[in-house]
Ligand binder design. Structure first.
Ligand SMILES: [Zn+2]
Length: 179
């Protein structure tokens, strides 16, 4: 049984008025830009999105995503499977000038007309939770002294940006986490 597919875009007016919840999956190959950092286009992302209007009439998207994708290990250059999972909270605004009014726990998302392109929202979130470099956890990780190039199918899990690595988004993430 497969999950329902996430629509490419939704009517922003309707979706927030209905306080809708959308969940399902979207093939990784739909994300052109994201695919450029992957070894191949296989797999799907599981998504859950909740659309709500908060008590200050701000439009908020609460989302969760999980995707298993294949990247090139930076040590042996073979394919490694990594799991991306993240949750996010976006404040949807009409234009850049409204970003200042968003509380820090909301990441801004600009939607100038009523066409809210979910595929773009999701692609951005996927890109944000990609690790800067990936290794096979067991054999190739810099923290592991001995390198044997077997067991390439080992999975490693990356929890969004929550690992302690230098990351330009770490500050954003910690703002989110302090919520
Ligand atoms: Zn490797």
């Amino acid at each position: 049984m497969s999950e329902p597919l996430i629509p490419e875009y939704v009517d922003a007016k309707k979706i927030f008025a209905q306080q809708a919840v959308i969940s399902g999956e979207i093939p990784i190959e739909r994300f052109e830009r994201f695919c450029q950092s992957l070894a191949n286009r296989s797999g799907t992302a599981q998504i859950s999105l909740q659309f709500l209007v908060d008590d200050q009439y701000k439009r908020v998207i609460k989302g969760e995503l999980r995707a298993e994708v294949q990247v090139h290990c930076q040590r042996c250059l073979e394919v490694a499977t990594i799991v991306l999972s993240d949750s996010f909270k976006l404040g949807v605004v009409d234009s850049e000038s409204f970003i200042d009014r968003l509380p820090p726990e909301l990441e801004p998302w600009i939607c100038a007309d009523n066409r809210l392109v979910l595929a773009d929202v999701l692609e951005e979130q996927l890109i944000l939770c990609m690790p800067i470099v990936s290794y096979h956890e067991t054999d190739c990780h810099p923290a592991v002294g001995i390198t044997t190039q077997e067991n390439q199918s080992t999975k490693l899990t990356v929890e969004g940006n929550k690992q302690d690595k230098p990351n330009p988004f770490a500050i954003l993430q910690s703002l989110k986490d302090n919520k």
